[in-house]
Ligand binder design. Structure first.
Ligand SMILES: NC(=O)c1ccc[n+]([C@@H]2O[C@H](COP(=O)([O-])OP(=O)(O)OC[C@H]3O[C@@H](n4cnc5c(N)ncnc54)[C@H](OP(=O)(O)O)[C@@H]3O)[C@@H](O)[C@H]2O)c1
Length: 390
C-alpha cells in the first residue's frame, strides 16, 4: 500500500508484544505510522496490556498463549472488531497470518514453533528470540533457504556484526568478537555470588530487559546463547568467536579481518537501534536514540571474561562444540533453572550446576525435525524439574 509520503507501508506481527522487545518494536511502529501497520500481536498471560496495545495499534488479530486469561482479553476487546484467540496454537496462527515481517520476541523455546511458522510462509523474520535459534539453528536455516524467508538479527551484538560483516568477502574475515557488559556481578568471585538475591540479579547495570534474559546476563549464559546464535547466523565455528567484557555497552560487537582491521558498531545501549535497523533494513529509520558522544564518555574499557567464576559461557562453548542437540539440552536446562531461580526455589549459582549436570547426563543425537527438538526440549525440562524438586 502506497502512502502520500511515497514510502511503502509494511505489515508487522509482533510475537511477545507485551515484553521489553515487543514494546520497543511498537515504539518504532508508532514513530513511523506511514511505514508500518500492525497485523497481529501476541502475549503469554498479560491480557490487559495485550488488549491495550491491540486497540492502540488497531491490530487485526491478537492471541494469548495462556487461555486462563482469555476472558479478560475478550471483554477488553468486545465491540472493537479485533479478532482474538487463546492457546499455544493461536499464537502460532498469529505468525501464520499474512504480514510482511514478524518480530520474534517471545522468551525461550516457546518461540520456536511460531517463528518456524513465519519462516515457512517466507516472511521476513526479525529475530530477538535467540533460544529458538540455539535449539534449532540448522533446521531454521534450512527452512529459511527453502522458503526464501529472510532472517535478520535483533540482538544488539548480532545486529552489530551484521552491520560490519562483509558477506561477499568472507575469506577476508578472521573472527568475530561479541562484547558483554559483564552484568551486575562483574568482578565477583563464586564465593561472593553464593548468597546473591533475586533483586541483585535483576539489577542490570546497563540494559533494561525482561527477567529471564536479565538473569542470563548476570550468569553470562546470555553470552553463551549469543555465541551459539552467532555461530548459526554467521556460519562461524566456535573457535572463531571471541567474547570480551565491555562494561559500558557502547561497542556492540566487532568483526576482525585478516589484514588486521577491526570493524565495530557503536551505539547507546537502547534496543530501539537494532530493532529499527532490522525493521527498516536495508534502509535506516530515525529513532530517538542520540549518537554516542565519545568525548563525553571519555573512555571505553575491555577485559577478558572470567569463565572460572561464570561457568555458563564455557558450558555453552562445550554444547556448541559437542554438536548434535547438546544446545537443546543446554537451553532447556537453563530455562528451567532460571525459572526456579526467579521463583526463589534455587540459588543463583545452582543455575550453572543444573545446566552442567544436564549436559553430562543427557547425550542426545542430532534432531532431524522441529518435532524432535520440541520433544527433546520437553524431556530435558521434565528431567531438570525432577532434579530441582528432589
Ligand atoms: N530485552 C532485550 O533487551 C533483549 C535483547 C536481545 C534479545 N532479547 C531476546 O528477546 C526475547 C524477549 O526478551 P524480552 O526481554 O522482551 O522478554 P520479556 O520482556 O520477558 O517479554 C517476553 C514476551 O514473550 C511473551 N511470552 C513469554 N513466555 C511465553 C510463552 N510461553 N508463550 C508465548 N508468549 C510468551 C510475554 O508475554 P507476557 O507479557 O504475557 O508474559 C512477553 O510478551 C528473548 O528471547 C530475549 O533473549 C531481548
Amino acid at each position: 500500500m502506497m502512502q502520500n509520503s511515497g514510502c511503502v507501508q509494511r505489515s508487522i506481527t509482533v510475537l511477545g508484544a507485551t515484553g521489553s522487545i515487543g514494546t520497543s518494536t511498537l515504539d518504532i511502529v508508532a514513530r513511523h505510522p506511514e511505514r508500518f501497520r500492525v497485523e497481529a500481536l501476541t502475549a503469554n498471560g498479560n491480557a490487559r496490556k495485550l488488549a491495550e496495545l491491540a486497540i492502540r495499534f488497531n491490530a487485526s488479530y491478537v492471541a494469548l498463549s495462556d487461555p486462563a486469561h482469555f476472558s479478560i482479553l475478550q471483554e477488553a476487546l468486545n465491540g472493537t472488531g479485533i479478532e482474538c484467540a487463546a492457546g499455544v496454537e493461536a499464537v502460532t496462527e498469529a505468525a501464520r497470518r499474512n504480514s510482511d515481517m514478524v518480530m520474534s520476541a517471545i522468551t525461550g523455546s516457546a518461540g520456536l514453533a511460531p517463528t518456524m511458522a513465519a519462516i515457512e510462509r517466507g516472511s521476513k523474520i526479525l529475530l530477538a528470540n535467540k533460544e529458538a535459534l540455539v535449539c534449532a539453528g540448522e533446521l531454521m536455516k534450512k527452512a529459511v533457504l527453502e522458503n526464501r524467508a529472510v532472517l535478520l538479527p535483533v540482538d544488539s551484538e548480532h545486529s552489530a556484526i551484521f552491520q560490519v560483516f562483509d558477506d561477499k568477502g568472507r575469506s577476508g574475515i578472521h573472527s568475530l568478537v561479541l562484547t558483554a557488559s559483564g552484568g551486575p556481578f562483574r568482578g565477583w568471585t563464586a564465593q561472593q555470588m553464593k548468597a546473591v538475591t533475586l533483586k541483585e540479579a535483576l539489577n542490570h547495570p546497563r540494559w533494561s530487559m525482561g527477567a529471564k534474559i536479565t538473569v542470563d546476563s548476570a550468569s553470562m549464559m546470555n553470552k553463551g546463547l549469543e555465541l551459539i546464535e552467532a555461530s548459526y547466523l554467521f556460519d562461524m565455528p566456535e573457535d572463531r568467536i571471541d567474547v570480551v567484557v565491555h562494561p559500558q555497552s557502547i561497542v556492540h560487537s566487532m568483526v576482525n579481518y585478516i589484514d588486521g582491521s577491526v570493524l565495530a558498531q557503536l551505539g547507546e545501549p537502547d534496543m530501539r537501534t537494532p530493532i529499527a535497523y532490522a525493521m527498516g533494513w536495508p534502509e535506516r529509520l530515525r529513532t530517538p536514540v542520540e549518537p554516542v558522544s565519545l568525548a563525553r564518555l571519555g573512555q571505553l574499557t575491555f577485559e577478558e571474561p572470567d569463565e572460572k567464576n561464570f561457568p555458563c559461557l564455557a558450558l555453552a562453548r562445550q554444547a556448541l562444540r559437542a554438536g548434535g542437540s547438546a544446545s537443546v539440552v543446554l537451553n532447556a536446562a537453563n530455562e528451567v533453572a532460571v525459572d526456579a531461580f526467579l521463583n526463589e526455589r534455587i540459588h543463583f549459582l545452582d543455575i550453572a550446576s543444573f545446566v552442567e549436570d544436564a549436559l553430562a547426563s543427557i547425550q542426545p543425537g542430532a534432531c532431524s525435525s522441529i518435532d524432535e527438538v520440541i520433544s527433546l526440549d520437553r524431556e530435558v525440562r521434565n528431567s531438570v524439574k525432577a532434579c530441582i524438586k528432589a
